[in-house]
Design a protein around this ligand. Sequence first.
Ligand code: CP
Length: 304
Amino acid sequence: MDFSGRHIMSIQDFSRDELEHIFKVASEMENYVKTGSDILKNRILATLFFEPSTRTRLSFTSAMYRLGGNVLGFDDPKMSSFKKGETLVDSIRVIESYADAIVIRHTIEGSVTLAAEYSNVPIINAGSGTLGHPTQAMLDLFSILREKNTIDGLTIGILGDLKFGRTVKSLAYGLANYDVKLVFIAPELLRMRQDVLEDLSEAGKSIREVSELDEIISDLDVLYVTRIQEERFPDPSEYEKVKGFYVIDRRTLKSTKEDLIILHPLPRVGEIAKDVDSTKHARYFKQSYYGLVVRMALLSLIMS
Ligand code: CP
């Protein structure tokens, strides 16, 4: 399977076979986390982050270093020529001669796709407005696979900000490749977008929507929790209505399956209490580690 030179724009561009190939390579990459490798020696990755990030930017950076490559870029566009009014397209035309692939996180939907149209090197979408975050979905699927040994046959609850959250949309589309039951858990204000629901229905997925976690928690094999994203609400008073709507703590987990796993793309801001961290259900920090090996796999596949 050849991924060389391929842009990573959307999880919907990847078939189940392709995802499984990436997961196989990610498992192989675990051999290099401690020892390092020179698979990407003399290769350079550019990281252009127009929005804050800890995991995505640093795991791509770490992945590159662990494979023997180098990284350049910025995490504060005010310190680049964007501040002087340079367009994204002009910047890409320049940066493509400095780097062999470019990771971009941008506030505006469509901006990363536009960059890919003008780039002669692979562009990786690290989050674009409220739409996709494909590499997060890949690491989420990989986390489920590694922690449950399967994705098929599971009942998966996706909870929180389903309206503005980009990770939940990409994950839902990624899960559409598998035989799963999906439960979307959100307050009325933050329900999953209708177009996504229609796409999933057309793909034959069984979907249930609820607002109370208690209603379905005992059915779940995986609970994927997300932050309610204050920064994406056009009207701050709407945020106040849903702030703190869900808090998962040890009491919440009293009636779960023994082997329920809890994932979260992170950062969390109170929706999972710290007392959950030491339970057998908590897998969100391991999930961040899986992000490293999945990104090592992606970089090696598109740049080598
Ligand atoms: N999960 C995720 O995208 O985290 P960051 O915003 O820290 O990159």
